[in-house]
Structure formats: structure tokens, C-alpha cells
Design a protein around this ligand. Structure first.
Ligand code: MOS
Length: 739
């Protein structure tokens, strides 16, 4: 039996993508569909005094202009009606005249064509009664409040073990600094888009969403529909990175617009509209204090995070969580506080909490290593945790030591001269830095169905999403192995609420959650088929023992007598049914109580910094990760490379800049919001350390979508310090900060 899981199978949807036949949300052709274009607020706070729509309404092709003054009141959803609270952001659905942030949707122009709707949106005139506002985190530090809970698992905002004071008193070296990370905007290549079509009280949404079921539930809740009356379809996504996790206002507005004009409506957000209204990573202000004995043993760790939320909703960037578990220290104190700003609500963005938090913690560890005159990697090994020191539980598995070893060896870490500013190539200063990577392992309840078809091939379905990560491919591989087929005998379908229920594709949990369900469904189908073959008098396998019969590459085979075999297609021809199906579902179990579960890794980076101009180039990076079973060597490598490229963006280029005087984003476009491009990324060497974890889930996979960004950002900042002797504690590290 040849197993497919683990192999570098090409993306099964690759051909559809490169030939343009993969349909993204806005590309679904719905007969009679018209276009809607959002009008966004241009002030951060106040009231809408008047919306002048006469001119817009008279423009060619216009069907309607929706405003807060002509939009019907929505029913109030019964409290507790939504399961997925973590993905329920408060929405702006034209129910009042309040402006709560700049770039808030405040009107929708609906017309026969996109051009006409765009033109009409330009003609909508809004008069405001502006009110005083604050968009600067640092101005609100004194008003910061305790959010009580943070992060995907609802961890307490604050933690404390031991006694910080006595810990610092024992220390011979200390590092205490403030690290600041800017607002970042996701910028998936595919803009947020929705096509909404009503049939009576039934609504179909072709939506760019990371969670078809949570989307369905949220839209149904807000519009007062039964979830069964909402059908969400999302077969392809051009990136999401968390921004398409929650359902945002434009999705519901699109459905409301379709109801208003009694036609299907297509709504695509423009790039600049995506700065503030669909979530972003909030600005963080983090205080790190580390103290250690002369041999590097940590005696105290303090991590206090302040970040921003909106005036009307709450989201916390859970930066201080890693400080609780990443290193051994008897004395640890962590806090999270939030400042309400007159901006949109921040949200999940690739490794929410972990990415900026890890930057601060791993920068501080680097600073401490220089205080101690100790190798940065040796300092981390000195404080290695053999169990989770906060939860006092064993790790389900941890191969970080091996990640450090293999990463350091590949990178050539031992050849590094520890002195700062010790290496130079012409006007380039060369430096090397490293950092630990870490991301929690999560799963949620998920289900799947596997069907054997007449021709002997399998159709496997689960609601889930492929956000560009490779879900189609790995699920095909898992199903093929579980049933006993080759991947080309299996078709996997996803992205549809008609399929079995699955969780949101966030928190790096899709492979673990839905992969487990697909495996169980595939195994259930195989067992059912084997039993049917044994009972089938016409089968060569008739009356053999169940343990003697297996399915291999689409054939029933007897183990004891390999001459006894029959293809699944030949078997199906006698069954008189079009399909034979079996279901599987998987959910978190006891492992959550018994183990602390994380993926770990390490990033090693070499940079060169122009001594005269402050320009930073990343020369090379090695990322070494252990994340349980690697389901597809090629898509896994791509995910980890993608995560590390995000680390380059966070370290060097990305920042959403808000004008403090006008409360508006000034770089709401891809020309001035600098996502790293190919030219910014060196060859990235990815090592996946083999790791067998029997505890995390049925397939032993930990999830790899987010861990790549952690570690990388700090490793780059640490390499810049090593190259230049300049410690930059506010991201991104742009040339002006190095001059
Ligand atoms: Mo990810 S930020 O959990 O989609």
C-alpha cells in the first residue's frame, strides 16, 4: 500500500487556478445580477446629518441608493442565538446615523453595471456633524481597561506565578524595554466580495469567507432568518489571513441591497475600502522585562501588552500569552489592556497575538543575551521548558531542541562572530539573528462524508474552505489513504454549507479539524465496502475474514491470497445503487485536559544593512519547524515560506499609517502599504523536523498556517542589531530609524 499523505503532491486545484477556471466569489455568474458599490465615511466620529442622494439616484442605470435614512430596521437577534461568538463582530448596517470610524460603510449605490454603481457612489453627498476623536493608542494609555479574556482559547487577560520582585532581585542581568508594533492590514490579493441572491425567503451568498457555516449563522442571525434558509458557497479564496474569518458589514449590506432592488447583487470592496472596515492588526505597545542569573537562568519574566479596540466592540491582540509558556521561569507576570480608539474593530490577522507578542519577547531575549554576553541560542536552550510551566501539563510533543539543532546547523550559526558590527562587505553591514517560533495547536468539531461512485472513484465532501493553503490537496490525500485509493481516484469538494458542517479556517486548525473528520469518513467507507464485498456472493472476496480484505489503489485485495482481487468499479457495477456513503466526525477530546499542545520552531536570519542609507535586505533565512505530521511536503513548505515572508513584511515594510488630525488611513493602497514582494524575499530554506504526536488529533497534524510568521520578525530585528549595533524597538524597521 502506497500512502499519499506526506508526499509533495501538486495542488489538485492548481490547473483550475492557473487556467482561470477556479471561480472566486465575485466571479460567480448569477442571472440578472446588478452591482453595488459602498460609500465609506470620511470622518472618524460623529453623526450623519444628511445624505444627499438626488443626483446619484438620477445617474444612469441606478436602481437605488441605500442610506441610514431609508434602510428598514433589522430584527434584533435573540441573545445567545449564535454559537460562533468569536467570529461575531459588531456590524454597521445603516441602523442609525452614527459614524464610529473612518471608512465605515454609510451608503450603498446599486446600479445595473459596476461602472454605473461606481459613478453613483461618487455622486452621493454626505454632511456630517463631526465630534472629537482619538486614533492614537499612546494618547489613551491612561484609560486602558482590562478585557478579562484574550486569544482564541479565551485565556485570562492577566497571569501571575511566583513573585516578580524577588525574581528580579536574584538577577545579575536585566532587559526592560518597550516594543511597539504598528497597525497592519491583511491585504489578501482577492478583495472581499459577495454575490447575494434571494429566492423568496431563501438567500444564497457566494462569499469570500474563511467560514461558510459561521458566515451563514451570522447573516441569518442579523437578518432574522433560519440558518437553513441561507446557503453560503465559497469554493476558492484568494487569501484571507484572518480578515475573511468574521462576517463583516458589507456581506449583510449586499444581501440587504439584493432584497431592496429585488435582484441578485454583486458587491466587491475596493482596496482602499479594506483599510479599517474588515479588521486589521491593532497597534501594540508592549513592555518586556526579563531578568536572569549570570548563567542565563531566567528569574523573572514580565510582559504587559496594551493594544487598541474600537469604541463599540472588543478585540484583544493576545501578545503576552507566549511569555507564560515559552521559557522556564519561576516568576512570571503578564497583562493585557485595551484602549478604545475611534477606528474600526481590530481582528484576527495571521498569528493574532503570537506574531507581535513573539516579536517583543524574542527581541527582549536577544537583548538579554547581549547583557549576559551569552549566545542567543544558548540562552534559549538554558531556559528550555520540558513541560508547560504555566498550565503544569506535559507537552503533547515538543521537538524544539531538534528544530534549533537542525536550523542552526543548516544556517551555520556556530560560525557567527558574536560581536556586533563585526562583519562588513563594502558598505553593507552583515548580521545574523535568531528567534524561537511557536503557535498553539487547535481543533474544533468537524464532519465529512465519503461516497463511492458508480465508476469506482470517490467523492468526499466537507463544508470547509481552501484559503489558498492547500486544503483541497491534503484532504484528497487523507481521503485516498483512508479509503485505500490513489489521490487521482478521489475528488474532494468544499466551501459549501450543503456539505457536512466544519469550523472556520482560522487558528491554523483546518487540517487538524477537518482532516480528522475526512480520515474517519474515509475509514468508515472502507470498512463498509469491505463488509459488503465479503457479503457479496459474486465477489472474489466472498466469505473472507474482514481482517483479510483490504482496499489498495481502488482494488479489494485478499492479504492471504493476493490473486483474489476486484476493482471497486467492478464491485459497484453489481450493487444496483448509484453511491455508497459513510460519514465521519471528529471533535476535541480528553487531550485538551491532559496536554499542552503547540507547534514549535526556530528562525535564523542573515541581513545586510547599508551603512550609509539604512536600507535593510534579508540575505537568507532558515526556518526549522516541528508541527506534527506534515500532510503534504510541498504545500507545507509553501505555507511556512508564506508565513516567513509575512515576517519580513512585519519586520521591515508593513504599517497602516493613520493621520492623527483627520483620523484617516493615509496609505490605503498597495503602492504605499508595502507588502513584501519577491524582490524583498531571499531564498527561504525550510526544514520540517519529523514529529510523531499521537495526542493532538486523529491525523497527528498540528497546523502550519501561522507559525511561520512567529520567530521570523524578531530574528530579522535581532540580525539588524547584530549587524549595526542599533536596537530598533518600533516596527517596521525602515531606513529612517537606522540612520
Ligand atoms: Mo487566521 S488570523 O486565524 O485566519
Amino acid at each position: 500500500m502506497v500512502n499519499s499523505v506526506g508526499k509533495p503532491l501538486d495542488r489538485v486545484d492548481g490547473r483550475l487556478k492557473v487556467t482561470g477556471r477556479a471561480l472566486y466569489a465575485a466571479e460567480h455568474q448569477v442571472p440578472d445580477a446588478v452591482s453595488a458599490v459602498l460609500v465609506m465615511s470620511t470622518i472618524p466620529k460623529g453623526r450623519i446629518a444628511k445624505v444627499e442622494t438626488t443626483q446619484a439616484e438620477q445617474a444612469p442605470g441606478v436602481l437605488a441608493i441605500m442610506t441610514p435614512f431609508n434602510t428598514p430596521k433589522l430584527p434584533s437577534p435573540p441573545p445567545g442565538s449564535e454559537k460562533n461568538r468569536s467570529t461575531s463582530r459588531k456590524l454597521n448596517l445603516f441602523q442609525d446615523d452614527q459614524v464610529l470610524y473612518s471608512n465605515q460603510p454609510i451608503a450603498v449605490a446599486i446600479a445595473d453595471t459596476l461602472e454605473h454603481a461606481t459613478h453613483a457612489a461618487e455622486l452621493v453627498r454626505v454632511q456630517y456633524r463631526a465630534e472629537p476623536f482619538n486614533v492614537v493608542l499612546e494618547n489613551g494609555l491612561a484609560q486602558a481597561y482590562n478585557p478579562e479574556e484574550v486569544g482564541g482559547a479565551g485565556d485570562p487577560a492577566d497571569s501571575s506565578r511566583g513573585d516578580l520582585k524577588s525574581g528580579t532581585a536574584q538577577a545579575t542581568a536585566r532587559a526592560q524595554h518597550i516594543y511597539i508594533t504598528p497597525i497592519e492590514t491583511h491585504n489578501p490579493m482577492e478583495p472581499h466580495a459577495t454575490v447575494a441572491a434571494w429566492e423568496g425567503q431563501k438567500l444564497t451568498l457566494y462569499d469570500a469567507t474563511q467560514g461558510v457555516f459561521s458566515d451563514r449563522e451570522r447573516v441569518a442571525g442579523v437578518l432574522g432568518l433560519h440558518p437553513d434558509d441561507v446557503h453560503v458557497v465559497s469554493p476558492f479564496l484568494g487569501g484571507g489571513f484572518g480578515s475573511k474569518g468574521p462576517t463583516w458589514s458589507h456581506v449583510v449590506l449586499c444581501a440587504m441591497a439584493a432584497r431592496r432592488v429585488n435582484r441578485p447583487v454583486r458587491l466587491v470592496m475596493r482596496r482602499e475600502q479594506m483599510f479599517g472596515s474588515i479588521g486589521f492588526r491593532g497597534r501594540t505597545y508592549q513592555t518586556l522585562e526579563l531578568a536572569a542569573k549570570a548563567d542565563g537562568t531566567l528569574t523573572a519574566v514580565r510582559h504587559d501588552t496594551v493594544d487598541q479596540t474600537s469604541s463599540f466592540d472588543q478585540f484583544a491582540e493576545s501578545c503576552s500569552l507566549q511569555a507564560r509558556m515559552l521559557y522556564e521561569s519561576p516568576n512570571v507576570s503578564t497583562t493585557h489592556r485595551l484602549v478604545r480608539l475611534d477606528m474600526g474593530t481590530p481582528s484576527f490577522m495571521r498569528a493574532p497575538g503570537e506574531a507581535p507578542g513573539n516579536y517583543a519577547l524574542e527581541s527582549a531575549m536577544d537583548e538579554l543575551s547581549y547583557e549576559l554576553k551569552m549566545d542567543p541560542l544558548a540562552l534559549r536552550l538554558k531556559n528550555y521548558t520540558e513541560k508547560d510551566p504555566e498550565k503544569n501539563k506535559p507537552w503533547s510533543s515538543k521537538s524544539l531542541r531538534e528544530c534549533y539543532r537542525q536550523g542552526a546547523e543548516r544556517f551555520g550559526w556556530e560560525r557567527r562572530n558574536p560581536a556586533v558590527r563585526s562583519s562588513r562587505d563594502g558598505h553593507w553591514l552583515i548580521g545574523q539573528g535568531m528567534a524561537t517560533a511557536c503557535y498553539p495547536t487547535r481543533r474544533s468539531e468537524s464532519s465529512a462524508i465519503a461516497k463511492l461512485r458508480k465508476d469506482g472513484s470517490a467523492l468526499v465532501e466537507a463544508g470547509t474552505q481552501d484559503i489558498g493553503t492547500g486544503t483541497y490537496t491534503i484532504m484528497t490525500q487523507i481521503a485516498a489513504d483512508a479509503i485505500g485509493m490513489t489521490p487521482n481516484q478521489v475528488t474532494f469538494r468544499l466551501g459549501d454549507t450543503e456539505f457536512p458542517e466544519t469550523p472556520v479556517s482560522g487558528g491554523s486548525q483546518t487540517a487538524a479539524s477537518t482532516g480528522s473528520a475526512v480520515k474517519l469518513a474515509g475509514q468508515a467507507l472502507r470498512e463498509k465496502l469491505v463488509q459488503m464485498a465479503i457479503n457479496d456472493a459474486a465477489s472474489p472476496l466472498h466469505n473472507l475474514g474482514a481482517n483479510d480484505v483490504s482496499i489498495d489503489s481502488g482494488y479489494f485485495v485478499s492479504q492471504s491470497d493476493p490473486a483474489k482481487r476486484e476493482s471497486l468499479a467492478a464491485f459497484m457495477a453489481r450493487q444496483g445503487v448509484s453511491e455508497i456513503e459513510a460519514k465521519g466526525s471528529a471533535k476535541p477530546g480528553e487531550e485538551k485536559k491532559d496536554y499542552s499542545m503547540y507547534a514549535f520552531g526556530a528562525a535564523f536570519v542573515e541581513v545586510r544593512v547599508d551603512a550609509d542609507l539604512g536600507e535593510v535586505r534579508v540575505n537568507r533565512m532558515v526556518g526549522s519547524f516541528a508541527a506534527g505530521k506534515i500532510l503534504n511536503a510541498k504545500t507545507a513548505r509553501s505555507q511556512l515560506i508564506g508565513g516567513m515572508v509575512w515576517g519580513i513584511g512585519m519586520a521591515l515594510t508593513e504599517a497602516t499609517v493613520v493621520d492623527p488630525n483627520r483620523g484617516r488611513v493615509v496609505n490605503a493602497n498597495l503602492a504605499e502599504y508595502h507588502v513584501p514582494v519577491n524582490r524583498d524575499s531571499p531564498v527561504i530554506d525550510i526544514i520540517t523536523v519529523p514529529e510523531d504526536d499521537p495526542h493532538v488529533n486523529e491525523i497527528g497534524a498540528k497546523g502550519i498556517g501561522e507559525i511561520g510568521i512567529t520567530g521570523t520578525t524578531a530574528a530579522i530585528a535581532n540580525a539588524i542589531y547584530h549587524a549595526t549595533g542599533k536596537r530598533i524597538r518600533e516596527l517596521p524597521i525602515t531606513p529612517d530609524k537606522l540612520l
